[in-house]
Structure formats: structure tokens, C-alpha cells
Ligand binder design. Sequence first.
Ligand SMILES: C[S@@+](CC[C@H](N)C(=O)[O-])C[C@H]1O[C@@H](n2cnc3c(N)ncnc32)[C@H](O)[C@@H]1O
Length: 236
Amino acid sequence: MFDAWYGVESSDECLTTLRKLAGDGPVLELGVGTGRVAVPLAASGLQVTGIDASPEMIEQLRAKPGSERITVVQGDLADADVGDEEARFSLITCVDNTLFLLESQEEQVRCFRNVARRLTPGGLFVIEVPARVPRMDEDEHGVFVESVSADRVGLWIVDHNRAEQRMFMQQVSFENGSVRLLPVPVRYAWPAELDLMAQMAGLRLRERWSDWDRTPFSSTSVVNISVYEKPGGGDD
Ligand SMILES: C[S@@+](CC[C@H](N)C(=O)[O-])C[C@H]1O[C@@H](n2cnc3c(N)ncnc32)[C@H](O)[C@@H]1O
């Protein structure tokens, strides 16, 4: 189901950039999902481990050719626990808005701290999150059209709590006479707060882009791709 809604391929630019940042690896993907990113990264020769909380996602990942190269751990991405206290990674990724699926600031801070622990000196943590929230009127509810075609209508219905930086988003799909709901609660954070979380974990911002072509981030960016670095690599 996930692949049908979000698309099965990752962009070439995303994979090329992550491949470069990974060096010789190994790589850990937090919220690996169906392996959209992890499968091609592993196919390029990198050692890849993925964590996901959802048995259904892991099952879909396992059904993909090439997934046998990936070590998959079922668990909470905030723990970044791969079952081996000694394991260290040159690149840890948390892409496609997955960090904001941790529903509290405390969980997001915990995630940064555990990531920092798991990185090699000079290792990188890459996050991809939205840099904007949908425009909504005063009552903090909104309905957004995702797609309209002859046999399917997709909507997002959003309840926004600005004070807590939370949105409860319901993806509603009308298709073949049936209605499907996909609830997605998120807790968002702006770049400055994310940088502070990184700083608290001992990481520092190395680069920030608005897309995988590495366009520099600006006030008009819709997406925030941030690369945090653990000090101690050769360049320090
Ligand atoms: C938006 S999908 C992204 C999947 C994949 N990274 C990609 O880019 O295609 C988010 C994934 O994170 C997983 N997830 C959400 N919250 C999680 C948590 N607290 N711990 C582990 N996995 C989680 C979901 O099951 C889902 O597979």
C-alpha cells in the first residue's frame, strides 16, 4: 500500500548524494520502510542496516529483490538500536519526513542523541523534512486535494495545533467505491530547533539544501535536507 501512495522509486539525485556522503559505509536508515532508498544503496555495494517499527513495511521490504543484502531490525527509530552496542555507521539517514513521525520533541532529541552515539567520528546524519506547513485558516483545520482522476480522489484533511507544532493529518482516498483512511500524526520543527537538537547531541550542521540537487536552503525552501556531522573526522 505504501508504495502505491508514495511512489516506488527514489530519485537519482537522492541516491547519488547519499552514496557520496556514505563513503565506504556502513549505512543505517531510520524508518527504512519498503526499502525505496535502502535497496538501491545496498545494490551499489554499501553495507546497509534499516530500522522500522512496522512489521507490514518490513514484510514488503523483504519481498523486494535485493533486500536480502539489508540487515533489518524491527524497533523504534528514536533508539537507533541495531542490537549491537558496538555497531558504528559513517552515514545515518532519516529521509522522507520520517523524523517528524516522532511525535514529541523529547523523542526527536532522543533520536539525535542515539544517532550521535552510533556515528563514527566524522560520520554524517542526513535528515529530509518539510520546511513549511500547509496554509490554513484561523480554525486550524484544512482540506487539501492530493489528486483527482476518474476513478480516484485523494485528500489530506489536517488538524493543526500550532502551539505544540503538531499536525494530525488524515490521508483520505476514495477509490473503486471504497474509502481508505491513513492517519499520519506529525510533530514538526524548524531548522533552528533541529540544529539545537543536533548541538545538544554533539553534532554540527555541515550543509543544508532545499533538494537533492543540493540547491542552497533559503526562506522560500519547501524541503529541508540537513547534513549533520559528528566531530572527530580527519578534517577537524
Ligand atoms: C514516510 S516512510 C519512509 C520510508 C523510507 N525511509 C523511504 O524513504 O521510502 C516512514 C517509515 O518510518 C516508519 N516509522 C514511523 N515511526 C517509526 C518509529 N517510531 N520507529 C521506527 N519506524 C518508524 C514507518 O513504519 C515507515 O516505514
